[in-house]
Design a protein around this ligand. Structure first.
Ligand SMILES: *Cc1c(COP(=O)(O)O)cnc(C)c1O
Length: 350
């Protein structure tokens, strides 16, 4: 099976080799050194300074979303959630569970998030904004410039779930005054699932001192303290940390810019060669991590099944309203141009 999914994705051979090895004991100086280096490399890839705080969580990305929300905000806050699909809706569910007041900016499918959408929420005493910068369910990549300007003007804490944009699109935490960044291991980073990351800047770290802790496991301040000495409060996904570190070392070696260009080239190659008499691609801005493909005959599920059963190719189907309409084709992970060509030739005649 070849994975053209968004995550998990095809892993590199050297990462696969690592995952077959004995899991080492981790309360050692050797493991601490790896974690400390992971902290440095990870911050470098998201463009933030070393005094931002990193929490390495053993959970999928949703755990990091929840941890970020409950450690930075409480019932005295009022949050604005950009809800343009399944992941925006997830932020709303998290706030509802934890009794954190919120309103949603409901973005209808097909519309590009614009200044006009945000304007109606101006001067409404919000304290924070939650956004999935790439709404993976539709494939829309929102404008960070637009959101950053809005948050600055209204003095909002900007929380960005960059899980499905990280290491596929440029991301600059400090340049856009992003206060909290949420990441995970099995999408653009292309290693196993199980790790997620919350990075907060100094300003937000200070604010967190006034927020009452509501979770034992997800109390981020414990993670921030421990990471300084290369550790986590509880047993982490040790193997996945080793994989993530190796992957970040590799990206650092070839340079982030070259790495991102490679992913962009794959996305462009796919979009250029897709038969647009048979399919279409949404008008809104896209991430390079994947291409949402609109199937005009509402036969997305059928195509998904055929690719899987007949050709051993796995693409991302989608649940909910768009299930007959959209397929999502991933561009990250260890995939060759020959494999992309093969997928295209099948898609273009199916
Ligand atoms: C994948 C993803 C998540 C995390 O989902 P998990 O199932 O918890 O791994 C969160 N936000 C976005 C935008 C995602 O694409």
């Amino acid at each position: 099976m070849t994975l053209f999914t968004v995550g998990p994705v095809e892993m590199d051979k050297n990462i696969l080799e690592l995952s077959s090895q004995q899991v080492p004991y981790f309360r050692t100086p050797e493991f601490s050194n790896i974690t400390i280096d992971l902290d440095r490399l990870l911050k470098k890839t998201i463009g933030t300074v070393s005094d931002s705080k990193l929490a390495i969580l053993t959970s999928s990305g949703t755990g990091a979303m929840e941890a970020a929300v409950i450690n930075v905000f409480d019932h005295t806050d009022k949050l604005l959630i950009v809800n343009g699909g399944g992941f925006g809706a997830r932020f709303a569910e998290i706030c509802a569970v934890h009794n954190i007041p919120f309103e949603e900016l409901n973005l209808p499918y097909g519309e590009t998030l614009s200044q006009g959408h945000l304007e109606q929420f101006q001067n409404k005493y919000f304290t924070g904004l939650l956004v999935n910068i790439h709404e993976t369910s539709t494939g829309q990549l929102y404008s960070i410039q637009l959101l950053s300007n809005f948050c600055k003007k209204n003095n909002l804490i900007l929380v960005v779930d960059a899980i499905s944009s990280y290491l596929a699109d440029p991301f600059e935490m400090d340049k856009y005054s992003i206060d909290v960044t949420i990441l995970s291991s099995n999408k653009g980073l292309a290693v196993a699932p199980g790790l997620s990351f919350v990075i907060v800047n100094q300003k937000t770290h200070t604010r967190m001192e006034g927020v009452a802790n509501k979770s034992f496991y997800f109390n981020l301040s414990k993670y921030f303290v421990d990471v300084e000495r290369g550790q986590t409060p509880y047993t982490p996904a040790v193997s996945t940390i080793l994989q993530a570190h190796k992957r970040l070392e590799y990206i650092d070696k070839i340079s982030l810019e070259n790495y991102l260009n490679e992913i962009r080239d794959r996305a462009v190659f796919f979009r250029d060669k897709l038969d647009l008499d048979r399919y279409s691609i949404p008008e809104y801005p896209l991430s390079n991590i994947m291409t949402p493909v609109i199937c005009p005959k509402d036969n997305a599920e059928k195509i998904y099944e055929t690719l899987k059963e007949k050709y051993q190719i796995m693409v991302n189907p989608i649940g909910g309203e768009l299930q007959h309409k959209l397929l999502r084709i991933g561009h990250v992970g260890s995939i060759t141009y020959e494999e992309i060509d093969r997928l295209l030739s099948i898609l273009n005649k199916i």
